[in-house]
Design a protein around this ligand. Structure first.
Ligand code: SF4
Ligand code: SF4
Length: 436
């Protein structure tokens, strides 16, 4: 049976067509408010953005959603999780790091109207193990404790590309983003036959200390597996757990991860997402995707490139596979933005899939996460797209004082002279043709 996906486009010309208003409108249309009973603790899972990323969702979206949840009697918190080290200068590897990064990116209790928390604890080991007999690749998942224990989970997702996962949507927001650090290691195939630990090793390709970036290689591994000696690299494979810290540093071919690594890890994202849904309860999970600022790389990159296609709009559903498929189809249908990575990759035309060529470093299929989610029962990619009309504008007025501004300011204007008596000094005779 097809799942319902509610949609409004990105065009905006009034209060009720603001993207914030549209996000709340599709939330209502998808009946996500019915998931929340008074007193329910509601996890809003988003990506807080890596240090210096600029495409992540502006905090106002989470704020508006948190206010909405509070109006329904829920107790919201906004959260993200610690990452694997991934890169030499990761900014979200511990709770201390992620809290500082999130604050710099504008996410804190002052801006959100509710706490921002790191859901998997200081080092990423605070989690709940979930059995996954139905998993395609994973047979267990480790879900960040604060998410696993929440009464309701709303995945508030920035839909965009991803260098490994091909695209980042609702499935990935949970399949990676709701996993603890060891859960992420599990999804990324660490310690397994597809992991970096199973890399082929070609030490003769290493230039040792003659290489301009040898110090980065020498210091990247948290377990001391890699060391650079005079003319070569030492790699103690038996000590490598596949944490992926070195993947962005040792890019010269000395280490060659198994070809299947990316496809296995990306398919496993759907298993991780299923783990999060099972932890909270399928009937207590809702999904909101904002397909805007569709950069080729994820919010976990420390930069944001030009969007590959124009903004598309906002989506809401109770099915994470259906909502991602709907977003993928819209991106495929769009023509690429000139000068974007999609144009460089030769996938500009409307009707051509974009992410495999423009986003994925290995050219993997954009259907891996979707097909993983079909096989493990996470959802369906058959969907009915329902266009939602704008809601009544009055519900989107300034929440702290909904009176018209003339009424609000009347008393203050009586007490305080705001404008100069007799008007301003100006050159009212200036010939405007001189500046037209
Ligand atoms: S492993 Fe590669 S990048 Fe690292 S020092 Fe050797 S040649 Fe340089
Ligand atoms: S060598 Fe292994 S343990 Fe060390 S950073 Fe790379 S993947 Fe992680």
């Amino acid at each position: 049976m097809a799942s319902k996906v509610y949609f409004m486009n990105d065009r905006s010309a009034s209060a009720e067509t603001s993207l914030v208003s549209k996000m709340l409108t599709v939330f209502d249309a998808a009946d996500l408010g019915s998931l929340i009973e008074p007193g329910n603790v509601v996890a809003i899972k988003l990506h807080c953005g890596e240090y210096n990323n600029t495409a992540y969702l502006r905090p106002v979206y989470a704020r508006a959603l948190a206010d909405k949840i509070k109006s329904l009697g829920g107790r919201p918190f906004v959260c993200d999780t610690t990452t694997l080290p991934y890169a030499a200068y990761s900014s979200r590897a511990t709770a201390l790091d992620i809290m500082l990064t999130a604050e710099r990116n504008g996410l804190n209790s002052g801006t959100l109207g509710c706490p921002f928390i790191c859901a998997d604890g200081y080092l990423g080991t605070d989690d709940t193990r979930i059995d996954l007999p139905e998993g395609v690749i994973l047979k267990e998942a480790y879900i960040a404790k604060a998410i696993a224990l929440a009464d309701v989970l709303i995945a508030l997702t920035h839909f965009k590309g991803h260098g490994g996962g091909v695209f980042g949507g609702a499935i990935k927001n949970l399949g990676i983003g709701a996993q603890s650090k060891r859960g992420k290691m599990n999804v990324h195939q660490g310690m397994g036959t597809f992991g970096i630990n199973a890399s082929a090793f070609y030490p003769h390709l290493c230039n040792g200390t003659d290489c301009p970036t040898w110090e980065a290689c020498n210091t990247i591994c948290p377990y001391g597996v890699i060391s650079i000696e005079d003319h070569t690299m030492r790699f103690e494979a038996d000590k490598c757990c596949g944490c992926a810290a070195c993947q962005g540093v040792v890019t010269c071919g000395v280490l060659e991860a198994p070809m299947e690594r990316n496809d296995a890890g990306t398919t496993a994202i759907a298993d991780g997402a299923l783990g999060a849904v099972k932890a909270v309860g399928r009937e207590k999970c809702g999904f909101v995707n904002l397909a805007i600022d569709i950069a080729p790389a994820c919010d976990c990159a420390g930069f944001s490139d030009r969007s590959i296609v124009p903004n598309i709009g906002v989506f809401a559903s109770k099915d994470p596979v259906a909502i991602d498929q709907a977003c993928l189809d819209k991106v495929t249908a769009a023509a690429a933005i000139p000068g974007s990575r999609a144009e460089e990759a030769g996938v500009s035309a409307a009707g051509v899939p974009k992410f495999a060529a423009a986003s994925c470093r290995w050219g993997s299929s954009e259907f891996l996460q979707i097909n993983g989610g079909l096989r493990n029962g996470l959802g369906t990619n058959e969907y009915e797209l329902l266009e939602v009309p704008p809601a009544d504008a009055r519900q989107f007025v300034f929440q702290w004082d909904p009176r018209p501004v003339g009424i609000r300011l009347r008393r203050a204007f009586e007490k305080e002279k705001v404008y100069p008596e007799g008007g301003f000094h100006r050159n009212e005779a200036f010939d405007l043709e001189l500046v037209r």
